[in-house]
Design a protein around this ligand. Sequence first.
Ligand SMILES: Nc1nc2c(ncn2[C@@H]2O[C@H](COP(=O)(O)OP(=O)(O)OP(=O)(O)O)[C@@H](O)[C@H]2O)c(=O)[nH]1
Ligand SMILES: [Mg+2]
Length: 318
Amino acid sequence: MDPARDTFKTLSPEQLRRIRDDIRATKINVLLVGGTGVGKSSTINALFENDGLEATAKIGQSAKPETMDISHHEMGNLIIWDTPGLGDSPEKDRKHQNEIISLLQKKDDKGQPLIDLIFLILDAGSRDFSSAFTLIKDIILPNLHHADRDRLLIGLNQADQAMKGHYWDRVNNRPEDNLIERLEELVKTVKDRIKADTDLNVEPIYYSAGCVMDGEVLSHPYNLQKLLSFIMDRLPKKKRAAIASHINEDEKNFEINDDKENYREKVEKSIFSSLLGYIKEVSLEVFQQVKEIATDPDNIKTALTLAARFLGNIARKK
Ligand SMILES: Nc1nc2c(ncn2[C@@H]2O[C@H](COP(=O)(O)OP(=O)(O)OP(=O)(O)O)[C@@H](O)[C@H]2O)c(=O)[nH]1
Ligand SMILES: [Mg+2]
């Protein structure tokens, strides 16, 4: 007998349909910010199933910025707002800044801030983050309600190129000690500077979105599962199960991470507890049963697998 499986089965087809419809109706709005070529499109491509996201996810190979105007791309209930890199001209910068401000001030139909997550991406190979610091201090924070300040996520992408490609173990696709030291230092610099500027405690994360050129995979992603766990932590609880059905099914993208924590388990648990919220809304009784069986370590794996399968079905049955 398998209590986790049996309990899930007690949901009626009607209840399952309602949960599915609730999840699909839950919109997730992500605002992407970062300079030209830092890897915004590559990051979205690596994290999510990208059918329908082609415009956002067009990866640049020339010096000219691919993303010229703020634009939004909907993939079912996941909406990505892609902003062009600042620094083109003062007039254009002002225009883009104003667009970012008006987006941050927008409310959804429930009166909540429209933007669930502001994802600022920096290039780990750069030494000058002054425009990003200014953006946070002058544009982002003044337009974020105090309670929503934890919606800001700072990613240092291209971790593999942070020391011009040196000290990157290409065989095992991970940084060597010298590079780890440099990346940790960078995280601290960014964190300390933002604390000094704004009194905000952020936890920047270094990762690599990987590199694909002309369809050829030149390097695989690194720390992407960790990035996903950071994203989950910063999303409102209800949105976590909703974003789950968009996660890229290519397991290879999420394979290699720093081993400080079990990020896969963290992500699965946060999706599961979000899903419990939906179950609770349609059936208090089943919710109690699922909650109880899921606290037993012998059952949690089955419960998580069932939850993942359920969300997978939601994604496929479009
Ligand atoms: N080595 C390596 N290359 C990367 C990484 N992320 C992105 N790139 C490469 O960097 C270039 C720019 O990436 P994009 O994803 O187009 O950057 P973007 O921020 O969307 O650029 P714009 O839309 O032009 O502002 C591409 O050639 C990517 O393949 C990474 O983690 N490592
Ligand atoms: Mg782009």
